[in-house]
Ligand binder design. Structure first.
Ligand code: PEP
Ligand code: MG
Length: 922
């Protein structure tokens, strides 16, 4: 006969059927209760009903498997034996708790029933045992409240009107009783009061729910078990699963466990503790406890809890007795358990304990939640203590936690209390508060006066760049994650939210409105750029420490584990220096056009405009000649700042009309300089107008029609490099051709590059001048013809902003109008401009790499689109075999972490894959 499936796992008296690695079957709580029991830690005996029962229950019209009842009875008999009491017994009754416990922690989302087994038959026995009638009647009152609310109302699918729920009505009865007898607190009610109250409760239950509160222990137990399984599909739990992406199919386990009481008198207590401080990471046992109380009293915030020990006493808990002083023996035992658990789990634990009449019981342990600084500190210190390996250490900090250490953030406590005004895309992480301005010029002027401002725009264009620089943060109503505002802000490590569609930004009226709220110029506004949340008013911010030695140490551990290189997208020598401090190993993209934006760029911008508005080659060459020294000096600075690491310099990319001056004064000056009249300048500007500039005369196409433009840039790069070599600086340029779709384009430009190389070498008397020539891959055709592209390109850099734009046919600057609907209706799982669409765009990348390397096995491959700083995309880049990722300087630490995490994952997967093979060989 086949063995019956095991649905119930016992734990108690040092022996457990389960283990910590059985979370799928036993849920987190059940698995850890079993593990603690096996470790010899005192845990009240109990049993776990598996998650399989939950899935069976839902698959079979809410019925249990036939074997369950028998298995529960058996396990219960073992619990009774261990605890020396019997469930439902009049003389020596055992009371039980029934708690949910899913694979992933879902705090407060499912139900719990305590004190199960109190009935008219068992109460007298319990009173005799506890020698404390008040405690028993209070426990009975709590049972009726919890049971009727959880089992008889919620699990029965009753949805009472606001304020009409049974719990509320019972609490109202208690309030009435308190008023009648003049009791201020619950604790002022006597045993007699509580006894009377439970009778009132039972009448009320019959009246409201039309059913009696069950007086049979088995009925109470099975009611509670059913309610826990039922709560897996309760509203709260379902919403939480959606947000946290927890699959519905997992189900919850149910833990039935002997009750122990922290509220049995002054020799009893209950507490919650963390094996290390979860807010700072400090290696100090940290917790709170309450004498004569039940667990929920500590977390509910009704009473101020006492400090666990003297070491972690705060101003807040001055004058309150620590557990260390109050019950030194129990405290010492607790410290031993703390050390045991940390060593065993090799992570900070969040534990719950109860002391019943001087005896310590552990009710829960789990990996504790922590903030960013604490996560980094614990990872580094546990690595130093040799508690964990470097591979483990790098998995202990999430990218979002690391981000908390890199930017000022809104004070989390203040943020929790504030109401969200609007939501947008989280384009630049961190938090900022500032006063609203509506134009770039105002941002500059106000900032010069010492004001902290947030530039609020419908959208931004390159001309806003000065204002963006001056502003503390940027907020736009339109645009996507790769829109100009987002890209520039991220590059500067600035807080930025784009595409906050619910906001009406009226630059004319100088107002921002959302629903009924209207904000005006000068009003304070606060942004959380990590979440994309906008708040009215000034929320306080918390500053990071950029030189944090723990952060440096943690990232070094990441570097020892990762395989992917990490470079930065940087456009100036200053950016390059910043990138290096964050650990960049090169520049993956210099957007040369950025040297014409911003402070100090007036002269080169004027000369660039002159070049653009030239109408003959001779005119253009003259303008290029004037531009040359600026370009060369700028690139030389960047190459030097990054030496000896490589610097990928992209030839001019944007459509020229972006630089056509709209300001009349500038137009007049240009006309004078070119010796033509203003009308002609305007006409030439208009001629450059394009209907669809993103797919117009840009990228390599400029170099094809104006070879002299490529020539000037290449000469600048190579002369700068040669001069640096002479100065002893090991500069490594990589010349990158943008927006290519055919190998013939690369060949054409490579011809120019080869010619200029010869000229520069002979001019400077050089025998050798090494550099690479490669291409961006940002057009689907380029990816598909990668085999040919690699004949002429020595490296590929995937420009996934444009590749996504052209692969999807979504304009990267205009997704704000429809992307929210695509995400809401789940037409797309994520914004493909934020994280690589692996099924489509990812396929183009995979094909591109495969075909490219078939032609040129050593082809160097990287990514320089915004996805290069997105952890999920970085994982993908590792898997498809890229050599490096490149992202904005401030994302470099996140990229180092993500690259390390994927390497660890990969290693673990390889180990698992290798295991069965070994077996076969035997
Ligand atoms: C890209 O297209 O991914 C890219 C890096 O280039 P840009 O964003 O400058 O178009
Ligand atoms: Mg591009």
């Amino acid at each position: 006969m086949a063995k019956a499936r095991k649905y119930v796992y016992f734990f108690g008296d040092g022996k457990a059927d389960g283990r910590a690695d059985m979370k799928e079957l036993l849920g987190g709580k059940g698995a850890n209760l079993a593990e603690m029991t096996n470790l010899g830690i005192p845990v009240p005996a109990g049993f776990t009903i598996t998650t399989e029962v939950c899935t069976h229950y839902y698959k079979h019209g809410r019925r249990y498997p036939g074997e369950l009842k028998g298995q529960v009875d058996k396990a219960l008999a073992r619990v009774e034996k261990v605890m020396g009491a019997r469930f439902g017994d009049a003389e020596n009754p055992l009371l039980l708790s029934c708690r949910s416990g899913a694979r992933a922690s879902m705090p407060g989302m499912m139900e719990t029933v305590l004190n199960i087994g109190l009935t008219t038959r068992t109460i007298p026995g319990m009173v005799r045992l506890a020698k404390n009638p008040r405690f028993v009647w209070d426990a009975y009152r709590r049972l009726i409240t919890m049971y009727t609310d959880v089992v008889m109302e919620k699990a029965a699918g009753i949805e009472p009107a606001e304020g009409k729920g049974i719990r509320h009505q019972l609490e109202h009865e208690m309030a009435k009783m308190k008023e009648r007898v003049g009791a201020k607190n619950d604790t002022d009610l006597t045993a007699e009061h509580l006894k009377e109250l439970t009778a009132t409760y039972k009448k009320k239950v019959q009246e409201v729910l039309g059913k009696a509160f069950p007086d049979d222990p088995q009925e109470q137990l099975w009611g509670a078990i059913g309610a826990v399984f039922q709560s897996w599909n309760g509203k709260r739990a379902v919403s939480y699963r959606r947000i946290e992406a927890i699959p519905d199919a997992w189900g919850t386990a149910t833990n039935v466990q002997a009750m122990v009481f922290g509220n049995m008198g002054n020799n009893s207590a209950t507490g919650v503790a963390f094996t290390r401080n979860p807010a700072t990471g400090e290696n100090k046992f940290f917790g709170e406890w309450l004498p004569n109380a039940q667990g929920e009293d500590v977390v509910a915030g009704i009473r101020t809890p006492n400090p666990l020990n003297e070491d972690t006493r705060s101003e807040h808990s001055a004058g309150l007795q620590s557990l260390q002083n109050a019950m030194p023996k129990v405290y010492t035992q607790l410290v031993r358990i703390r050390n045991r658990l940390e060593k065993h789990y090799r992570d900070m634990q969040d534990i719950e304990f109860t002391i019943q009449d001087g005896r310590l019981w552990m009710l829960q342990t789990r990996n504790g939640k922590r903030n960013g600084p604490a996560a980094v500190r614990m990872a580094v210190e546990m690595l130093r203590e040799r508690l964990i390996s470097k591979e483990m250490a790098v998995t202990r900090v999430t990218p979002a936690q690391l981000d908390e250490l890199l930017h000022p953030i809104l004070d989390p406590q203040a943020e929790r209390k504030a109401a969200v005004l609007a939501k947008g895309l989280p384009a630049g992480p961190g938090g900022a508060a500032g006063r609203i301005v509506f134009t770039a010029a105002d941002a500059v002027a106000w900032a010069e006066r010492g004001e902290v401002v947030i530039l609020c725009r419908e959208e931004t264009n390159p001309e806003d760049v000065e204002g963006m620089r001056a502003a503390k943060a940027i907020l736009t109503a339109r645009g996507g994650m790769t829109s100009h505002a987002a890209l520039v802000a991220r590059g500067w490590g600035k807080c930025c939210i784009v595409g906050a569609g619910a906001l009406k930004v009226s630059a004319g009226a100088k107002t921002i409105s959302a629903d009924a709220t209207v904000l005006r110029e000068g009003d304070w506004i606060s942004l959380n750029g990590t979440k994309g949340a906008v708040y009215a008013g000034k929320l306080p911010t918390v500053d990071p420490d950029p030189e944090n030695p723990r952060l440096v140490e943690f990232l070094k551990a990441c570097d020892r584990v990762r395989q992917l290189g990490v470079r930065a997208n940087a456009d100036t020598p200053e950016d390059a220096r910043v990138a290096r401090t964050f650990g960049a190993e090169g520049i993956g993209l210099v957007r040369t056009e950025h040297m014409f934006y911003g402070e100090g760029a007036e002269v080169p911008l004027f000369k660039l405009r002159k070049m653009i508005l030239s109408s003959t080659e001779a005119e253009r060459r003259a303008a290029l000649g004037e531009l040359f020294p600026h370009v060369k000096a700028d690139l030389k600075g960047t190459l030097k700042a990054m030496a000896p690491y490589p610097v990928t310099i992209r030839l001019l990319d944007p459509p020229l009309h972006e630089f056509v001056p709209r300001d009349e004064g500038v137009q007049r000056e240009l006309a004078r300089s070119l010796g033509i009249d203003v009308a002609e300048i305007r006409k030439r500007g208009e001629d450059l107008h394009e209907t669809n500039p993103m797919m117009g005369h840009r990228g390599v196409r400029l170099g094809i029609t104006y070879p002299e433009v490529t020539e000037m840039q290449v000469r600048a790069i190579l002369e700068a490099t040669a001069e640096l070599h002479k100065e002893g600086v090991k500069a490594h340029p990589e010349i990158m051709i943008p927006v290519t779709c055919s190998v013939a384009e690369i060949r054409d430009q490579a011809g120019i590059i080869a010619r200029v190389k010869t000229e520069v070498m002979s001019k400077l008397g050089l025998k050798k001048l090494d550099f690479l020539v490669g291409t961006m891959i940002e057009i689907p055709r380029a990816a598909l013809t990668a085999g040919e592209m690699a004949e002429a390109a020595e490296f590929f850099s995937f420009g996934t902003n444009d590749l996504t734009q052209m692969g999807f046919g979504f304009s990267r600057d205009d997704i704000g109008a429809f992307m929210p609907d695509y995400l809401k209706k789940e037409i797309l799982p994520a914004d493909p401009f934020q994280t690589i669409d692996q099924a489509g765009i990812g396929e183009l990348i995979r094909i591109g790499i495969e075909r490219g390397r078939a032609t040129r096995p050593k082809l160097k491959v990287g990514i320089c689109g915004e996805h290069g700083g997105d952890p999920a995309s970085i994982h993908f880049c590792h898997k498809v075999g890229m050599d490096y990722v490149s992202c904005s300087p401030f994302r470099v630490p996140i990229a180092r972490l993500a690259a390390a995490q994927v390497a660890v994952k990969d290693l673990a997967a390889k180990k698992t894959a290798a295991k069965p093979k070994k077996k076969k060989k035997k």
